[in-house]
Design a protein around this ligand. Sequence first.
Ligand code: K7E
Ligand code: CUA
Length: 627
Amino acid sequence: MAEQEKQLKEKQENPEQVSRRKFLTSTAFASAAGLGMGTGIMPNVGLAARNKYNAEVGPGELDEYYGFWSGGHSGEVRILGIPSMRELMRIPVFNIDSATGWGISNESKEVLGTDTPHLNGDAHHPHMSMTDGRYDGRYVFINDKANTRVARIRCDIMKTDKITHIPNVSAIHGLRVQKVPRTNYVFCNAEFRIPHPNDGRDLTDPKKYYTMFTAINADTMEVAWQVIVDGNLDNTDADYAGKYACSTCYNSEGAVDLAGTMRNERDWAVVFNIPRIEAAVKAGKHTTLAGSDVPVLDGRHGSQLTVYIPVPKSPHGLNTSPDGEYFVANGKLSPTVSIISTAKIDDWFAGKLKNPRDTIVGEPELGLGPLHTAFDGRGNAYTTLFIDSQIAKWNIADAIKAYQGEKVRYIRQKLDVQYQPGHNHTTMGETRDADGKWLVALCKFSKDRFLPCGPLHPENDQLIDISGEKMKLVHDGPTYAEPHDCMMVHRSKMKPLKIWKRDDPFFATTAAMAKKDGITLEKDNKVIRDGKKVRVYMTSVAPNYGLTEFTVKKGDQVTVTITNMDKIEDVTHGFCMVNHGVSMEIGPQQTASVTFMANQAGVHWYYCHWFCHALHMEMRGRMLVEA
Ligand code: K7E
Ligand code: CUA
């Protein structure tokens, strides 16, 4: 055993050399189950291996891809240009943003809602809506692990337009969308097991805890149904047939401590049969839990709605190959990934297989700490090796052959990355359009790669050209806490607006209030008093506010609503009321509003805090508060 481990370690450190050595010595090593390194001859890395793409995007040039980056525990989403890796924009989601007034303006507060009053978030998985397995440029969805929420970002205005708090569960982690026929559902994995009801009984009886797989209606953002599972759900992905979602599931032990959750050599990939779940809900075979009317089904062992496929060990990432043939479960505490055939899942649900493990068609050994896998659309997969700080490029067909006992070499290359990668992602790689141009490795540690900025280090998002036979590292990109995941979409799929539409639903509630007050937002500059509530309406045209002063009384609740009548691209105004904690963005043709208390008598200046004009500094006015 010790010898085997030594050889394994050597092989991981230097796969090509060890393979060559094995080729020469022809040891019994290859007979060890699942090792499959084979006796292939070193591939000829010649002219054909040259990479094609240039990461340089010159001044004034535009990137080919939009990247949507999770901002991790900053709670936001960022847009990067690929391949330049330039940060183009930030989209506040679960966080407070002083520049745009997210969490301050009334429109953002309406999206943030009142059922979860928290100001923090932990965003992991941004994924775009699809039609027929292809990005459709409508929405990006993202989870909040910290406060059990899911948000939707509208990709025309690049603002969060819905946030749903998921009932009955704790901590939404994995999130992916239904790919086919379109994104009707957003699939969400609740990670932590809790008692039900979670009201103080069963505190110390973990046997009674459980968690659930949740589907959200992507159009309404209401929760469609939930399925109770065994274990802790981790990551998830959907198939290309509209039939299955598959989630990794650790802690098959049902433990509440670290040692306990690592005891079993195998946990599960659990497959959810979507048509069966929908039929069960339709037939009324569900229950509901106290405090929510979401249909809940039991998908634990023995259920016809699910199949639990044992895979090693505390698996983490779950990724669907772009041809729709395979789910890949990443072994984390095992050096392997498990390749699950969607066709064999059909067989399982048709009653043709005896053992859920019969759905597995490959279990290649890649190195230490496989977390996530991406695809190039040419039959290759790229798996992050957290502990080895490497990306392993491997061939799917060859890994399957090796599992069947053929002596083939399935690892194509291992590339060092700096350091400890979590997710990696290829351009268009989670869709049918996987184009195999770029791979981004989201490294958790940057250590010595950048100028030191204090004890807190940035992460390191590395750009890798995968167009050739060999992966080639071309860029280091420091990022702030913490891009777990990202997705990269070709710019041809995106149609963002350059100025707002006056009938945008984003400010419909504000527009309805103005209508009640008899206000025409596009031209009126008026103060409406309604008891102790004062509503101030004004327009803005650079460099002027429609009102340069208004008067209220101490103790009034003041709502300022501003409509930006500038029609010029990029002329965004702001509204900042000094010493009142008030600021917001008003883009061209946008209406925005903010409500605050006028509790201090005296003169209070307000000013535009988005640079808009040569006389931007002069764009200001006074709120006069009478004692
Ligand atoms: Cu691997 Cu939350 Cu997708 Cu972090 S998760 S890495
Ligand atoms: Cu308006 Cu600055």
